[in-house]
Ligand binder design. Structure first.
Ligand SMILES: [Zn+2]
Length: 348
């Protein structure tokens, strides 16, 4: 089968077409023929070596899966060849206490598709059958190719971790990124007041259209200005929720947080390390919550809510998987707004 993968980490140019043997499903597994996938920050981190983890080469990235079940292994029930499915992104060991209760993200042996095992830049992916979800029919295969990871992590951050309630205010960092945009749309649909934070003034109109009540520009030279603006927009109280997929300095986030507020963090593109002033943290009765992925159940809940509220992905561009180099360049450019979708169309 064909795939876009890499033999060495580096820039987008290391991505190349490779041929790898087709996989067969083991007991309890299924094979999905991937129709659409999309670029996520994880793919870029894997390709560039930014995760600092050891993994076997060649590697095939890709976490989002929208496709059709091609083969089912022994003992698989509830899913058939030809079913239209998406895939959950995280594997647990399948046998520990957390896995048994549907909390595979809390399994000590968690693995992610496209990170620890070959992902959806290949024509076929092999997953345990319980990771497959039959998505709502109202979403096209294209839309599904760019929703699973970003939508579900955003859902987990807002609903499961922060326990967001209507009438609260959410400050969303990295709002024009993949999960930032879904967080913005979800927060708006949940009835929250939304303050989007982005690095580009040019993205203000698009963010307003996507559901931002206010847009603040992140200027790393002057975090105090951002804090002052955020406090003014929340009548001096601070926001109840901060959604942070970029790694904003924690002390700066606490300064914008209301008493009893919650900071949810799941990314480090701005900074991998952060100082925490413990006194400021407990004086505000603040909570700091980390999320790294989402269980299959939460993915399903996220889609049910998104469909009910008419949330659809914003698609920046559509390319073929064979154009993954260009897709990664667009993804990393400051002009990108919305998902970079890729279609599995190969000339055999
Ligand atoms: Zn487990």
């Amino acid at each position: 089968m064909k795939a876009m993968g890499f033999y060495n980490t580096g820039g987008p140019e290391v991505l190349q077409e490779i041929d790898v043997p087709e996989m067969l499903p083991s007991k309890g597994e299924i094979i999905i023929r991937v129709n659409f996938t999309s670029v996520n920050n994880l793919d870029v981190l894997m390709r560039s070596g930014g995760t600092k983890m050891n993994f076997n080469l060649p590697h095939i990235p890709g976490t989002d899966v929208s496709g059709i079940v091609e083969k089912i292994g022994e003992g698989v029930t509830g899913i058939s060849e030809g079913d239209r499915v998406i895939s959950s992104t995280v594997y647990g060991c399948g046998s520990c206490r957390q896995c048994a209760s549907g909390n595979e993200t809390l399994c000590k042996s968690w693995k992610v598709l496209g990170m620890h095992v070959w992902g959806s830049y290949a024509e076929l992916v092999r997953i345990p059958s319980w990771m497959a979800i039959k998505p709502p029919k109202s979403y096209s295969q294209e839309e599904l190719g760019c929703m699973p990871l970003s939508l579900s992590v955003s859902w987990n951050a807002l609903k499961v971790a922060a326990k967001a309630k209507a009438s609260e205010t959410a400050i969303i960092f990295g709002a024009s990124g993949n999960s930032g945009l879904f967080s913005l749309m979800l927060a708006k649909a949940m009835g929250l007041k939304t303050i989007a934070v982005t690095r580009s003034e040019k993205k203000k109109p698009s963010l307003k259209k996507a559901g931002a009540d206010h847009v603040l520009i992140l200027n790393q030279q002057s975090p105090e200005t951002l804090q002052k603006e955020a406090i003014e927009l929340t009548n001096g109280e601070g926001a109840e929720i901060i959604i942070d997929p970029i790694g904003n300095p924690i002390d700066s986030s606490i300064a914008m947080l209301s008493h009893g507020g919650r900071i949810v963090t799941f990314g480090t593109s701005l900074s991998a390390e952060s100082q925490l002033s413990i006194k400021k943290f407990y004086w505000k009765s603040a909570s700091l919550i980390g999320v790294h992925n989402v269980s299959a159940k939460e993915l399903n809940d996220a889609f049910t809510f998104a469909e009910k509220k008419g949330i659809r992905p914003i698609i920046n561009s559509k390319l073929r998987v064979a154009q993954a180099q260009e897709a990664h360049r667009i993804f990393s450019s400051s002009e990108a707004f919305g998902k970079i979708l890729m279609e599995h169309k190969w000339q055999h």
